[in-house]
Ligand binder design. Structure first.
Ligand code: HEC
Ligand code: HEC
Length: 468
């Protein structure tokens, strides 16, 4: 496995197999009727751009690293749709090639300010001239912004260190991904497992930094401790942005899905031309009258969530100090482990072999029963409850980390938060119990267990199996 991983990484550099640097649309876009596919694609493209021309959408709480400036001269370019601009920027020693220029002009019909974007094809820092392409161009003396200039650093580093696993689009589908279990995270659902914030909240900047510093123990997610602090910060910003892009795309697909699916399109086609015209008109109405508000609402909501993640109030904080790690506390913890049904997943002795791993589940999206028994995560992959006897904790092994995993749950997986069913002092008892498992003797525990009431009725055997 390691060897094949290395081969693929070597090939990425050596064999010219660099994946195409374009964002991929979510496969669910194809389930919409063709005009809706176009609208979703063009809307996402307009507000996010492509990897080589990032758009800085000011609606999002992302450190885009904006530069400001003014256009002093504008001349026709060598080709249609291109012009040569002379610009004065607030920073001079920058490379703008591949950047996106933004400027605002008044819309003739509505009188409102609209943003236009130009792509910088080449830049000469000495003379301050650049060749840009686009549809609309600014006038001389117009104010301009360079969008996403700071994010470009994060992107360059992401392409170098993360892309082969997490993919250009952050869909977890880089060229190495197929060899890995668990798979690299698909950031597009906006779900993150190992964080210090409440179940429903996004990870904070500090959480993502921590994931980069520590990696994820027991998986192929490596540690990037050796990168510079500002390099890691730039990568974190890029990951947040990719995740926002994916989640907003998903919400737009949801918006159109009910009425404007490819199925509705095909059915209407059979009904004849008149019905088809009706459907197209309905669609146009929604695009003009409702989509702008929907997009605004979705972007604000998702943006606010990411902002809130850095707020004190989102942090999972114990209200009581850690309960002393005594034999009594561990025994109480063992009792809660049983009464809180941890055992249905993690098994009577913590080997990760509870009854839930043997039952057949159905995919909540399609209602189809999975072919393999066990638990599935939000990405539709089989996920094993952790073998708690191995002492490997992906979200960190400090008592506070395990406390947060139990109180805040593991989003995207079947492990829910226990913040309402267990009090904080009880969670500490469970933490003490869980942390004792790698060092305790299962035989002794079977004896102790005889005195405890078992709630895992479908599984009578207390014997666990070694290994994960
Ligand atoms: C060799 C493959 C590999 C590389 C390279 C890699 N990752 Fe990962 N990453 C993974 C895997 C696998 C997981 C999922 C682990 C899990 O589900 O427990 C993951 C998970 C993550 C998560 C999710 C953490 C959470 O709380 O859910 C983040 C964020 C992340 N990686 C960021 C990065 C960044 C940024 C880089 C580059 C600097 C990177 N990864 C490079 C394999 C990789
Ligand atoms: C519905 C099933 C389910 C229940 C109930 C459940 N868990 Fe989990 N738990 C999981 C799964 C699945 C994972 C692995 C998630 C992953 O790797 O993506 C996990 C992971 C863990 C981890 C590993 C965290 C880490 O950092 O690696 C701990 C610790 C844990 N569970 C403890 C508990 C405790 C204690 C309880 C009861 C209070 C409990 N779990 C209840 C399914 C469950």
């Amino acid at each position: 496995m390691l060897l094949s991983l290395m081969l693929v990484s070597v090939c990425l550099v050596g064999c010219g197999e660099i994946p195409e640097m374009k964002f991929a649309s979510h496969p669910r876009v194809d389930e919409l009727m063709p005009p809706a596919q176009e609208v979703v694609k063009s809307t996402i493209d307009k507000h996010f751009g492509e990897p080589d021309a990032i758009v800085a959408w000011s609606k999002l709480p992302v450190e885009f690293g904006m530069l400001e400036g003014e256009v002093t001269e504008i001349k026709d370019g060598a080709k249609d749709g291109q012009k040569t601009l002379t610009v004065e920027l607030d920073e001079t020693e920058v490379d703008l090639q591949g950047d996106t220029l933004e400027f605002y002009r008044e819309d003739e019909e509505t009188g409102e300010d609209v943003a236009d974007f130009l792509r910088v094809l080449s830049y000469d820092a000495e003379s301050g001239t650049l060749v840009a392409s686009g549809e609309n161009f600014p006038e001389e003396e117009s104010e301009i912004f360079v969008g996403g200039h700071g994010l470009k650093d994060g992107q360059r580093l992401y392409m170098k260190h993360c892309l082969h696993c997490h993919g250009v689009t952050g869909d977890g589908d880089g060229p190495t991904a197929n060899y890995l279990n668990p798979k690299p995270r698909d950031f597009r659902l906006g779900l993150f497992k190992y964080k210090s914030t409440d179940y429903a909240e996004k990870p904070s900047h500090a959480d993502l930094m921590r994931t980069l510093d520590e990696g994820i123990a027991g998986t192929y997610m490596p540690s990037f401790k050796l990168l510079e602090e500002d390099e890691k910060k730039a990568i974190v910003e890029y990951v947040r942005w990719l995740s926002m892009r994916g989640e907003i795309e998903k919400r737009l697909i949801d918006f159109f899905e009910a009425e404007f699916s490819i199925l509705a399109w095909e059915e209407t086609q059979e009904e004849g031309e008149e019905a088809m015209e009706g459907l197209k008109l309905d669609f146009q109405d929604i695009v003009v009258e409702e989509l702008p508000f929907e997009l605004d609402a979705v972007a604000s909501q998702i943006g606010r969530k990411w902002e809130l993640a850095d707020d004190e109030s989102s942090l999972v904080k114990p209200t009581v100090a850690r309960v002393a790690d005594t034999q009594e506390s561990r025994l109480r913890g063992q009792k809660y482990y049983v009464s809180s049904k941890c055992i249905t997943c993690h098994g009577p002795l913590g080997y990760g072999d509870g009854s839930e791993t043997e039952t057949y589940k159905t995919d909540p999206l399609t209602n189809v029963t999975y072919s393999e028994p066990g638990l599935y995560d939000a990405w539709g992959t089989l996920v094993k409850p952790r073998n708690l006897r191995l002492g490997q904790f992906r979200g960190g092994r400090r008592p506070i980390d395990v406390f947060r995993r139990i109180k805040g749950g593991i989003p995207g997986t079947p492990m829910q938060a226990f913040s309402t069913s267990l009090k904080d002092e009880e969670i500490w008892d469970v933490v003490n119990y869980v942390l004792s498992l790698p060092h305790s003797d299962p035989a002794v525990e079977i004896n102790q267990r005889a005195n405890l009431e078992t709630t895992d009725t479908s599984k009578s055997s207390l014997a666990g199996s070694e290994g994960e």
